[in-house]
Design a protein around this ligand. Sequence first.
Ligand code: AMP
Length: 114
Amino acid sequence: MEDCLFCKIAAGEIPSKKAYEDDEVLAFYDIAPQAPVHVLVIPKKHVSDVYAARGESDAFLAGLLRTAAKVAGELGLAESGFRLVSNCGADARQSVPHLHVHILGGKQLGDRMD
Ligand code: AMP
């Protein structure tokens, strides 16, 4: 999608530090990390958020989640644990309107999620 930051990252038009890539999904390090490990997992196809993704196939959504888990493992977080977050809309403070899952880990995270 034109003028979408993460579409441009997926297309290689804006550089990113890649953690994983396949035909459908890209994972890259967050530019402003909020944990020792903070990686974003995005579908290459433009979908604005997880609510919009209800119109996508089960395979699309399952593939994104499965890839997030796989990348978390590759980042060494399987034993220690990690958090997956997908902000949706204004109240959740979603700042980039392209579906993404945050992988957060590398320390014991806060007990609150708000
Ligand atoms: P959210 O607030 O859930 O929409 O998350 C968007 C995330 O994208 C934030 O954690 C930002 O730090 C991150 N971000 C914004 N621009 C870039 C970029 N160019 N490269 C990597 N991460 C980015």
